[in-house]
Design a protein around this ligand. Structure first.
Ligand SMILES: Nc1ncnc2c1ncn2[C@@H]1O[C@H](COP(=O)(O)OP(=O)(O)OP(=O)(O)O)[C@@H](O)[C@H]1O
Ligand SMILES: [Mg+2]
Length: 478
């Protein structure tokens, strides 16, 4: 999904340079090679570079000095240092004053590619400003002028430059990451780094070291000291995405760092002061997680000095036409139709859908539509087909359940049905909970996780719907 980055490779060994250039180019990156430290610095200073990969030992300016100077001039440009055995300590020190990461020779190519991908993403997050309430333009923008969204823009304006942590809540795909970036860009830390860590994507034992770093020998495999993302984000902003997925033991450490504004690396005793603004995001119900002792209350209060809650797309349908136009403009050219036009019925059709995947799902469907229409005017039929192709059959109010709703509404119109809302919700919930608990073999915790509800909610619903047969692990007949 992410397009290639502009990578500056600084390496004096012609053989290595050639190999690395090729693998990076194969990955879709645009690579410029420089042999000399000074040439590298000059090239990076043009501003047309997203990621620097540099050897530590170079003729002219060495990699360390290069990193130091780049950090001063362009704090948002990630630098990856490649170091030979014996120079590790220097490289580690380098990460302290700004190198994004380092690689020890010999390294596997996929390792390099993964680091470059992450660094490019980090650069993208930092350097592409997010416009608030913009009207269709090509770069990243927060689209939507519904009242709820306008209130959110105002809130961003109010809190962006205050030295407070912010918690962003909202269902999947509602734009939490975009809001985090908007906060960063409008803060007085916008010139300092913005570092994102996805807590759900990093397995538990690694997350602590990723965040706080570790000392040499802290655990098996910790051959050298590592500087964590907290220290790297010093004076800047740390975006802790999917915070609800952080395990309690890491939460304890995080609370301490937020309280004391200093950290200890894993396996270390030294107290390292850090000045970091934390923006956290989650789609989880943290209050429920607190109730189940899965999330620490003290951490919740530390993180949620300011809370921004993003509405689901279905509750701001008036923004859908503008979002559709924005995504058509954003993706049309790359997908082969410069200015796709769309019929009003197609927009209306999209406006009526449930969008459980919110803006991300809408964006995907618009992309599919553009691909399938190839420049022809988009009709409601195109939209329907793309939605279905995107797995939308379950999402759209079509099919038997849709029919049921239609009949009920028709009956209500004739005055033959009452409590339509309660009846539909009851049917939907009964179906959802009974299926989930059956599929989970009666395991309520598992079923709750699948549905994204707390175990308390799960249990309460089973009781309420008459599906509860006593103990937790008993299987439940539908
Ligand atoms: N208001 C908006 N205007 C324009 N694009 C948006 C808006 N909200 C979300 N998007 C786009 O939708 C996609 C999903 O947004 P984002 O990644 O910020 O969601 P998220 O809430 O972090 O989702 P998840 O919980 O799944 O991580 C992105 O491509 C983003 O650019
Ligand atoms: Mg996200």
């Amino acid at each position: 999904m992410s397009p290639g980055a502009k990578v500056l490779l600084i390496e004096d060994d012609a053989g290595i340079a050639e190999t690395l250039e090729r693998v990076l180019a194969d990955e879709g990156h645009e690579v410029t090679v420089k042999r000399h430290g000074d040439e590298g610095l000059a090239c990076a200073s043009t501003g047309a570079v997203n990621v620097v990969v540099t050897d530590l030992r170079l003729p002219g300016l060495n990699g360390l000095e290069l990193t130091r100077r780049l950090r001063a001039a362009q704090p948002r440009l990630p630098v990856i240092l490649i170091t030979a055995f014996g120079t590790t300590d220097t490289a580690i020190e380098a990460t302290k004053f700004g190198a994004y990461d380092y690689l020890l020779k010999p390294f596997a190519i996929p390792q390099l590619l993964e680091l470059v991908r992450k660094a490019a993403e980090s650069n993208r997050l930092m350097s592409e400003p997010v416009d608030l309430g913009a009207r269709g333009i090509a770069r990243d923008a927060l689209i939507g002028r519904s009242e709820v969204m306008q209130a959110i823009y105002k809130e961003i304006g109010r809190v962006a430059s205050k030295p407070v942590n912010v918690l962003i809540r909202g269902e999947t795909g509602t734009g939490k990451e975009l809001i985090a970036r908007a906060l960063y860009h409008h803060s007085d830390r916008a010139a300092a780094p913005f570092i994102a860590v996805n807590c759900a994507a990093i397995p538990e034992p690694l997350l602590e070291s990723e965040l706080f770093g570790h000392e040499r020998g802290a655990f098996t495999g910790a051959e050298a000291r590592r500087i964590g993302r907290f220290e790297q984000a010093d004076h800047g902003t740390l975006f802790l995405d999917e915070i609800g997925d952080m395990t309690p033991s890491t939460q304890v450490k995080l609370v301490r760092v937020l309280q004391e504004q200093c950290l200890q690396r894993v396996g270390g005793r030294e107290s390292v002061p850090v000045d970091v603004r934390v923006i956290a995001a989650t789609h989880r119900d943290l209050e429920a997680a607190i109730g189940q002792k899965q999330f620490r209350e003290d951490l919740f209060y530390r993180l949620s000095v300011v809370v921004i809650t993003l509405p689901p797309l279905r509750s701001r349908r008036e923004d859908i036409p503008e979002l559709v136009r924005y995504f058509l403009q954003k993706h049309g050219p790359a997908l082969g139709s410069a200015e796709p036009s769309i019929r009003p019925e197609a927009v209306e059709f999209l406006q009526e859908q449930a969008w459980p995947g919110n803006v991300r799902q809408l964006e995907n469907v618009v992309r599919k539509i553009v691909l399938s229409t190839q420049g022809y005017t988009i009709s409601a039929e195109h939209a329907r087909a793309a939605l279905q192709q995107a797995g939308g059959a379950n999402f759209s109010p079509a099919g038997p359940f849709g029919d049921y709703i239609e009949q009920l509404i028709a009956a209500a119109r004739r005055g033959e049905a009452a409590d339509v809302h309660a009846r539909v919700i009851d049917v939907a919930e009964r179906e959802l909970f009974s299926r989930a608990i059956r599929e989970a073999g009666g395991n309520q915790a598992k079923a709750a996780r699948w549905l994204g509800v707390s175990r308390i909610t799960m249990k309460a619903k089973l009781v309420q719907l008459g599906l509860h047969r006593g103990r937790d692990h008993e299987s439940i007949a539908p």
